[in-house]
Design a protein around this ligand. Structure first.
Ligand code: PEP
Length: 251
């Protein structure tokens, strides 16, 4: 049994005031025992606001990015240790915006993922192909390469804490999601790969779909057999929409 997990990636959005209003509204909507795991991933400037308003609630929170070294001369970065110290429980690793805009390679993504596990965080590892790669028939090859690089040498015990987000790059922030059958096909490939690599643990790792998920299309993805939740960008900025998507995951 895999508990669905729905995460809100706020990207570089919201001020303190807006975050406080959001958290208040979300906590009005969410029941005491929600049927899905809910995660808010605000920008680094709002992690303390999440700690203050979500701490002790049923809504978890995490960081969009963190540097793997625990401390040192890395101007502008915050470390995994620092975000864990604030109380974050999740870390997004390898989001396509970090891979493409900030040129993060597989090696750095793997280091961040390992640091997250060592720091007691749950890594949400993002994988996904570009449109050119899909059109060239290389979608699975690209995703497999990203999985193999990020998860090299990981023990099944560590792997049991992972979440994988399949996010086709061309569907992120475009308003055009993948076809549900294509998302299911990729999730099934990922599931088979995880089982082969980690044995029975692989069957328990949760796989999210991400890319233009909205309340209107959430059920199309969240009822698929190998998809256990969603990583949501744009639509997650509104607490009512985010909760509507989470309810679709509850089935
Ligand atoms: C994302 O940022 O991970 C994402 C899926 O964004 P959007 O929902 O806006 O496509």
């Amino acid at each position: 049994m895999r508990t669905p997990i729905v995460a809100a990636n706020w990207k570089m959005h919201k001020t303190v005031r807006e975050a406080v209003d959001y958290f208040r509204r979300l906590l009005e909507l969410v029941p005491a025992r929600p049927p899905v795991e809910l995660v808010i991933v605000p920008p680094a400037t709002l992690l303390w606001v999440a700690q203050k308003h979500l701490g002790g609630s049923v809504v978890g929170w995490g960081a969009q990015n963190a540097y793997p070294e625990p401390q040192g001369a890395f101007t502008g970065e915050v470390s995994v240790v620092q975000v864990a110290d604030l109380g974050a429980r999740y870390l997004i690793c390898g989001h396509s915006e970090r891979r493409h805009i900030f040129r993060e390679d597989d090696e750095l993504v793997g280091r961040k993922l390992r640091a997250a596990l060592e720091g007691g965080l749950i890594p949400i590892l993002c994988v996904g192909e570009t449109l050119e790669e899909r059109q060239a028939g290389r979608a699975w090859g690209v995703v497999e390469g990203q999985l193999a690089a990020a998860l090299a040498d990981l023990s099944p015990e560590d792997a049991s804490r992972l979440v994988i987000a399949y996010e086709p790059v061309w569907a992120i922030g475009t308003g055009v999601p993948a076809q549900p059958q294509d998302a299911q096909e990729m999730a099934a490939h990922i599931r088979d790969w995880l089982k082969e690599r980690f044995g029975r643990t692989g069957g328990r790792i949760r796989i999210q779909y991400g890319g233009s998920v909205k309340p209107e299309n959430a059920r199309d993805f969240l009822t698929l057999p190998d998809i256990d939740g969603a990583l949501v960008g744009g639509a997650s900025l509104d607490p009512d929409k985010f909760w509507a998507i989470a309810q679709a995951a509850a089935g």
